[in-house]
Design a protein around this ligand. Structure first.
Ligand SMILES: Cc1cc2nc3c(=O)[nH]c(=O)nc-3n(C[C@H](O)[C@H](O)[C@H](O)COP(=O)(O)O)c2cc1C
Ligand SMILES: *[C@@H]1O[C@H](CO)[C@@H](O)[C@H](O)[C@H]1NC(C)=O
Ligand SMILES: *[C@@H]1O[C@H](CO)[C@@H](O)[C@H](O)[C@H]1NC(C)=O
Ligand SMILES: *[C@@H]1O[C@H](CO)[C@@H](O)[C@H](O)[C@H]1NC(C)=O
Ligand SMILES: *[C@@H]1O[C@H](CO)[C@@H](O)[C@H](O)[C@H]1NC(C)=O
Ligand SMILES: *[C@@H]1O[C@H](CO)[C@@H](O)[C@H](O)[C@H]1NC(C)=O
Length: 386
């Protein structure tokens, strides 16, 4: 009797544990087994990184815990962080067959605000690249140049804006991310500095008006640098457009109403983003926001350029955003974590993503990546598996 009770109690515990929805930060593709001999605190071989999640493994294995935590962290219970990674698996492809896709690789290049890039993805602005590698942002500038993609340096960088723009290759285009405030004198100074250094656009992050609650980061004192309540308004946006000739892109749009307002206020481009799940926890993912715009205000995709970021780890993820009308997709953590290998890590991510996008587009039956439409995806959520 007693034995049976104990047995059933532990069975309940086991049942409870199994019933919890498993979270796959790094899906099991055998890396633990393959790299089991790499000592903690050391980097594996770059050639053993076969996909973007592998860089998460490498950085977690190699970096001091506080450095890795700064990158890994999300706000609150990290529900948006997890949702960003998992949302792509909830919508399934509807591949077409018997289409001649032999030239699909040549169709990756695109333009963003008129600037040419070799692929429809870019390096999202992430603060504090020195937590991964002493070359910090300079590695990202070089990697972006070698891969011929856009890099958007963060205002909160280890190197000065001057040093970062100085490191550009000839003709390399950078856009400058900024956190602004209600102080127009300070705002004008930052915008003038970016313009003087040669930035081709300003990326104004608007999803962080009130700082953020980051519990994982708080344990190691590596929380957010911007922590004030800021008077962000559409009026501020118009004052800013008066201070610079550069286009001002808004980063951090999470619903169709604001996307429509951006069009109305003459914004040239917006970035759908929940800040990598680092600001307001449980904010919807950018794929959900893109789907919402597609359903409620599809003209937005025609009138202005729409980019999106958050949780993109596979070429297949990129395709789902492009299918809704998103023009280019940003990746944050994968590049920051790959930077532990320096410039070669950054360029490896670019190569892997280009290859994955081309292969996935080919298998989807796309002769030309630009001809992707919403019909290639079944937009009814299958819910979480597992
Ligand atoms: C370590 C880290 C620092 C970041 N710093 C900034 C920043 O300074 N400015 C900004 O606009 N977004 C910042 N972000 C958000 C990214 O630009 C981007 O929205 C996010 O990383 C995309 O999600 P992903 O990391 O899953 O690709 C940061 C993200 C991370 C992970
Ligand atoms: C961008 O690419 C187009 C088409 O290949 C080309 O005509 C144009 O000159 C390029 N623009 C720049 C600034 O390189
Ligand atoms: C960890 O972060 C600190 C502080 O930014 C930096 O000085 C150090 O070089 C980083 N460690 C590694 C291994 O990159
Ligand atoms: C606004 O910014 C300028 C320039 O950085 C600074 O000198 C001034 O003290 C700031 N004003 C306020 C009220 O903080
Ligand atoms: C922009 O500048 C013009 C000319 O100086 C001025 O008339 C206008 O009020 C300014 N707009 C805003 C929103 O500050
Ligand atoms: C792509 O779409 C355009 C416009 O609908 C069409 O003219 C073109 O033939 C398509 N290209 C391919 C390779 O399917």
């Amino acid at each position: 009797m007693r034995t049976a009770q104990i047995y059933s109690a532990s069975a309940l515990l086991v049942g409870g544990a199994l019933a919890a929805r498993p979270f796959l930060n790094e899906p099991d593709t055998g890396i633990d087994q393959a790299l089991k001999d790499v000592p903690v605190g050391q980097l594996p071989d770059l050639k053993d990184m076969v996909g973007l999640p592998d860089f998460d493994w490498a950085a977690r294995h190699y970096l001091p815990i506080e450095n890795y935590t700064y990158y890994r962290n999300g706000a609150g219970g990290e529900w948006s962080y997890m949702a960003n990674l998992e949302v792509f698996q909830q919508y399934h492809f509807r591949p077409r067959v018997l289409v001649d896709i032999t030239n699909v690789e040549k169709t990756l290049p695109t333009t963003m605000l008129g600037y040419n890039f070799s692929a429809p993805f870019y390096i999202s602005p992430c603060a504090r690249a020195e937590r991964g590698n002493p070359g910090a942002e300079l590695n990202l500038v070089k990697g972006a140049a070698e891969g011929d993609i856009l890099y958007i340096p963060s205002e909160y960088s280890a190197y000065t804006m001057e040093q970062i723009y100085e490191a550009r290759a000839e003709g390399q285009v950078l856009w400058q991310q900024v956190y602004l405030s209600g102080n127009d004198t300070a705002n004008a100074q930052v915008l003038a500095r970016a313009e003087k250094n040669g930035a081709k656009a300003i990326v104004f992050t608007v999803d962080s008006a009130a700082g953020s609650i980051r519990q994982r980061a708080a344990r190691y004192g590596v929380g957010s640098a911007n922590s004030q309540f800021q008077p962000f308004t559409w009026d501020l946006y118009h004052r800013l457009t008066n201070m610079t000739d550069l286009p001002i892109v808004l980063k951090g749009i999470s619903n169709y109403e604001d996307a429509v307002l951006a069009v109305k206020h003459g914004v040239p481009a917006i970035i759908l983003s929940n800040h990598g799940g680092r600001q307001l926890d449980t904010t919807q993912t950018s794929l959900e926001t893109a789907l919402e715009i597609f359903n409620e205000a599809p003209e937005v995709f025609k009138k202005i350029e729409v980019y999106a970021d958050g949780g993109v780890r596979y070429g297949a993820d990129v395709l789902k955003l492009l299918a809704l009308g998103v023009r280019a997709v940003g990746l944050g953590r994968p590049f920051m974590l790959a930077n532990v290998f320096g410039v070669d890590g950054v360029t490896r991510v670019v190569e892997l993503m280009k290859q994955e996008i081309a292969v996935s587009a080919g298998n989807l039956g796309l002769a030309d990546l630009k001809n992707i439409t919403s019909h290639y995806v079944r937009w009814t959520s299958r819910g979480y598996s597992g």
